[in-house]
Design a protein around this ligand. Structure first.
Ligand code: NAD
Length: 299
């Protein structure tokens, strides 16, 4: 194996230590404890695990989190009413709706109800649009985590060929936009791309988020490329693997993320970062409003 392993667990642990310190400082200096509300509809077992992990991560760094579990029979309007209530709650800095929602829901309508300034998942149209024109309040957590990993490893993306395999709204598209924002030359591939390898071999930085085990093999990767494997797939044997043939790809790449232990731990960590940023921003806005009130009083 020639590739250097990017240890997402270690980077996430260091980021979480910084989160802990920021939460402590917010409590001490401004009397604020960041709060996250997590909404889950139905009882999808995978979603329940994700929600539990997110709440544990919050607890680990001192963020208050509350889970709102709605039965499968809840309507879209029930969820929207709950979001409206949380929107008005000053103790809630972040609102997250665990996906997937029941099939008959209009996901855009539900996610669009979360105000951009509490949309810590970064799925609101305003936040997505901000990735194109600038001004995103919260970057979506998985691609944000990938950018943080690259930064941590000292890997510059400026002027480099970046290829993103996967074009979903939550991973592939925002990933491509973030890489473009950082001045990479970006190609995006998806299930309808013909001859995937002709793109992947050009990549200095290859980000794979397709959900297909062994999609990327060694010969598809340029010598010394940086390979970020976002995929998480459970094989019939129970083993968890990414989208790359790890053995083959790591013989050609200069850097590679393992699965598990690569991008996964960063996704949850960036949710913590977004929630803390939200609390800090609200506290600063409250302070500014207080200061201008007292100035008016003095006039
Ligand atoms: P998705 O199913 O919404 O999108 C998959 C994308 O991959 C689509 O654009 C599709 O066109 C493309 N694709 C599928 N098969 C392909 C193929 N053979 N060749 C090229 N492109 C192909 O999935 P998603 O939500 O974007 O997630 C992608 C993967 O990343 C999944 O394995 C998911 O579990 C994983 N994931 C990991 C994290 C993390 O924190 N590590 C977070 C989110 C998603």
């Amino acid at each position: 194996m020639t590739a250097r392993l990017i240890d997402g667990k270690a980077v996430a642990a260091a980021e979480r230590q910084k989160c802990r310190e920021r939460v402590e400082a917010l409590k001490r200096e401004q009397g604020v404890t960041p709060g996250l509300a997590v909404i889950m509809v139905g009882s999808n077992p995978a979603s329940a695990v994700y929600v539990r992990n997110k709440m544990r991560a919050c607890e680990d760094v001192g963020i208050r989190s509350e889970r709102f579990l709605l039965p499968e029979t809840s309507t879209e309007d029930d969820v929207i009413r709950l979001i409206e209530r949380l929107k008005a709650d000053p103790d809630v800095d972040g609102i997250l709706v665990q996906l997937p929602l029941p099939k008959h829901y209009n996901i855009e309508r539900v996610l669009g109800t979360i105000p951009a300034e509490k949309d810590v998942d970064g799925f609101h149209l305003y936040n997505v649009g901000g990735l194109v024109v600038g001004g995103t309040v919260f970057p979506p957590c998985t691609p944000y985590g990938v950018m943080r990993l690259l930064e941590h490893e000292g890997i510059s993306v400026i002027g480099r060929n970046a290829v993103v395999v996967g074009a979903s709204n939550i991973v592939g598209k925002p990933m491509a936009l973030m890489l473009m924002q950082h001045e990479a030359t970006v190609s995006v591939c998806h299930a309808k791309t013909r001859d995937l390898a002709q793109y992947t071999v050009l990549a200095d930085i290859l980000v794979v988020a397709a959900g297909c085990p062994n999609l990327i093999t060694g010969p598809m990767v340029r010598k010394d490329a940086v390979v970020i494997d976002v995929g998480i797939n459970r094989l019939p044997s129970g083993e968890l693997v990414g989208d790359c043939d790890f053995e083959g790809v790591s013989k050609r790449a200069s850097f590679i993320t393992p699965v598990p232990g690569g991008v996964g731990p960063m996704t949850v960590t960036m949710l913590l970062v977004n929630t803390i940023n939200s609390a800090a921003r609200s506290a600063a806005a409250r302070d500014a409003a207080g200061a201008s009130k007292s100035l008016l009083g003095a006039v």
